[in-house]
Design a protein around this ligand. Structure first.
Ligand code: DGJ
Length: 750
């Protein structure tokens, strides 16, 4: 792999063994995108650039009409790396800025470049980033200069052959004396010479947060975006652009995922000659930045993954990168715990006695982390009050007693918090109403769940709330925190920003959130953090930088939960998806456990009130967790049945050494007998594997080509979880013989 620059033809080539990306600096110093896709050893810039449409013509410095001789460059149809704004390219542009003359013409031209080993240090810029090691990557930095102003644009391309990723972001540096108003700031632009694409997106709403949706593109501008600043229900910030006939196992696909939790947009434009441009960055609807002299503004990072082998291959690449280079160290604590969360067990209705009973029962069922969700702090008996008043409600619980009792049973305690918020009805609001985010002299501010956002654009507010929380976490031995975020940004203009900067509020709020998270994880590096947003509403790589897991959804019925998880699995590693067994109507405890197993796994119901039979089941699942959950955490994920296209949902996860495979299958609508074979993926074809479904041993190619025979009649919502485990040939033969004698004992092999 490498990054090269061929001086004579002025061509950059970024390549791995499977991927090439070519950029050309043309004679007018525009950066032209020549190619991206499967590895290509060389390129003809002329052949790929010819368009046979308008030739480039302009008035030169001497006011003379100049026309380009050839068709290699056209403003209308060229594929740019950075399209200009306000010039002859009338497609969507990635950067729009304006200086003192109020003219937003933006025209960045090639200035210089650098190729380095490793990653540039962003000098404590408060945005999440991929933690590459030097050996993982090479970085190309191309510097462009605005045609008229002393303003520079750096484009960063971090190429990794280890992870098969191209991480892109940009920075704008103002070296002029003017104040530069930045209206649009992107992390990347990618132009492709085809329109044969569709989009894969995760749209959603509360309780169905990630809902796979394919979008057909047309010639109008398609915008996939969020403007809730931190609740990405409408669209998740991970999307893919794929060939119309790409499947889970074949075909070309580009996946994109932002390391940012605030407002973003992807703009996809099919142009008049059927080429496709995709631009990703801050959502210009809510973004603004005033860049003073010598200031630098960064975009967030976007991870781009290309695959010619379909959606599953792209998923592997995202999962590997996220697990190894994004999740914080606390991911190592994940497998130590089986948790139970009090929310669906008690909601707000609990006290010391109920918690101690829950702890006792947890002990019996081998659950070792009890999380006290919402309702433990002053006067918080419903959702109408108290956010910001982070003091234990001693009239309700004796937290010391709860923690000490739990400790004596080897159980740890976790707590719920919602630090970015303030309740209207709270002591904090009474004392510091100015801490709430309310625009200057503005009335009728929208309340949501009776609460407002804290004005985190102010460092004193961040410090205050952090100090308040620290008093709790310094005092009590808390091992896990659920960090919730239940409302979105509205009337998002701070009273404390200067008039000229007030439109920076949404961006600065996000920076404030990251700074609060930073303080928290630095002071409490051993607390396992799970972020959450009214369910799974802030599920993105920005949050995963701080918390190795995010609550997947408040929806725990297996019908919707299965498709929510299926959709998330496409981009996010399974270990990052908070998933619990609840008491919801649909599905048995076992059905729910099968599904929760493919997330973080835990419980969310009153286990003091369930049958002995269910209690025993919980113990059985928990022993499964101890034996096999590491495969879910670190293995390769393969989608088998897409629930949006069939009556089944199914996947398997194979350990990296391919010795163990876990399979999930669920049927939605009852079916009678029909030929139904579940073909697995990712096994070694010539090795023997035992399967816990039929207690049989077959070779890997049998499981993958014939499949497991599930042809019996199946009731609605039948769920299955089974293990496929490699056995050596001798044991396989022996087992087959024994099986004839005693029917085979499953526990001999598992
Ligand atoms: C929303 C979360 O998704 C729930 O799990 C629970 O923590 C509530 N908030 C508490 O208010």
């Amino acid at each position: 792999m490498g990054i090269t620059f061929e001086k004579k033809r002025k061509i950059f080539h970024l390549f791995t063994k499977d991927f090439s990306y070519y950029i050309h600096v043309n004679k007018y110093n525009y950066l032209i995108h020549l190619y991206s896709g499967k590895y290509l050893s060389d390129i003809s810039k002329e052949r790929v650039s010819e368009r046979y449409i308008d030739r480039y013509a302009f008035l030169n410095d001497d006011n003379l009409e100049t026309q380009d001789e050839d068709y290699y460059f056209s403003m209308m149809g060229s594929m740019f790396e950075v399209a200009p704004f306000g010039k002859g390219d009338k497609r969507n542009a990635p950067y729009i800025l304006e200086g003192d003359n109020n003219i937003p013409l933006t025209n960045f031209l090639f200035y210089s470049y650098k190729i380095i080993k490793g990653k540039i240090d962003k000098k404590d810029y408060p945005l999440p980033y991929i933690k590459f090691k030097n050996s993982d990557i090479e970085t190309l930095i191309i510097t462009l200069k605005d045609e008229k102003r002393d303003v520079y644009l750096n484009l960063y391309y971090e190429l990794s052959s280890k992870y098969h990723t191209l991480v892109r972001y940009a920075s704008i540096i103002n070296k002029s004396k003017e104040d530069i108003k930045v209206f649009k700031m992107s992390s990347f632009e990618l132009d492709l010479p085809s329109s044969n694409y569709k989009l894969l997106t995760l749209k959603g709403t509360w309780s169905n947060e990630t809902d796979l949706e394919y979008i057909n593109l047309n010639h109008s501008l398609t915008k996939i975006s969020e403007n809730h600043n931190g609740r990405n229900f409408t669209y998740n910030p991970s999307i893919a652009l794929l060939d119309k006939d790409t499947t889970f196992d074949n075909g070309e696909i580009y996946g994109f995922s932002n390391l940012y939790s605030g407002d973003f947009s992807y703009e996809i434009k099919v142009d008049e000659i059927d080429q496709t441009r995709i631009i990703g960055g801050y959502n210009d609807e809510t973004f603004f930045y005033l860049l003073k002299e010598n200031e630098t503004l960064y975009s967030f990072e976007t991870v781009i993954i290309y695959s010619s082998k379909g959606i599953n291959d792209m998923s592997h690449k995202f999962h590997n990168l996220i697990r190894e280079r994004l999740l914080p160290k606390t991911k190592e604590l994940q497998n130590n715990y089986i948790l139970i969360n009090s929310w669906e067990a008690f909601y707000f209705d609990f006290d010391t006695k109920r918690l101690l009973e829950l702890i006792d029962e947890a002990k019996k069922e081998e659950i070792n982390l009890v999380v006290i969700d919402d309702g433990w702090f002053k006067n918080r008996n419903d959702d109408t009050s108290s956010l910001g008043d982070w003091e234990v409600d001693t009239s309700k619980i004796d937290l010391d007693k709860v923690i000490n009792y739990a400790k004596s049973l080897n159980i740890d305690i976790g707590l719920w918090i919602e630090p970015e918020m303030i309740s209207y009805n709270s002591s904090l609001f009474k004392e510091h109403s100015d801490f709430a985010l309310i625009p200057p002299s503005y009335h009728n501010v929208t309340l949501f769940r009776h609460q407002l956002l804290l004005d985190l654009t102010r460092s004193e507010v961040v410090d205050y709330i952090f100090d308040k929380l620290s008093k709790i976490f310094d005092k009590y031995d808390i091992k896990y925190v659920k960090w919730d975020f239940n409302r979105f940004l509205s009337e998002g203009y701070s009273s404390y920003l200067l008039k000229e900067r007030v439109k920076e509020t949404p961006f600065r709020m996000m920076l404030g959130t990251y700074s609060l998270l930073n303080k928290f994880v630095s002071r409490y590096p051993n607390i396992l953090l799970e972020t959450c947003s009214a369910g799974g509403g802030r599920f993105d790589l920005g949050m995963l930088f701080y918390s190795p897991q995010i609550w997947g959804s408040d929806e725990t019925d297996i019908a919707l939960r299965s498709s929510i998880q299926f959709s998330k699995n496409i981009f996010y590693p399974l270990r990052s998806i908070g998933a619990h067994v609840s008491n919801r109507k649909l599905g048995s405890l076992q059905d729910k456990a099968c599904l929760a197993f493919f997330g973080t796994y835990g419980y969310e119901l009153d286990i003091t009130k369930i049958s002995e039979e269910d209690k025993n089941k919980i113990k059985e699942f928990n022993s499964y967790f101890k034996s096999f959950h590491n495969v879910v955490n670190d293995g390769d994920y393969y989608a088998l049945y897409n629930p949006y296209e069939s009556n089944y949902v199914s996947w398997n996860v194979v350990s990296k050494d391919k010795k163990t495979c876990l399979v999930y299958f669920m049927l939605y609508r009852k079916e009678q007998t029909k030929a139904r074979f579940l073909k697995l993926k990712g096994l070694k074809k010539d090795k023997y594997y035992f399967n816990s479904l039929t207690n049989d041993i077959y070779k890997g190619d049998f499981y993958m080509n014939v499949g497991l025979n599930l042809s019996a009649p199946l009731e609605s919502f039948t769920s299955m979880l089974f293990v496929i485990k490699e056995v050596d040939e001798v044991r396989a033969t022996l087992y087959r013989k024994t099986k004839q004698v005693d029917g085979g004992k499953r526990d001999k092999l598992l």
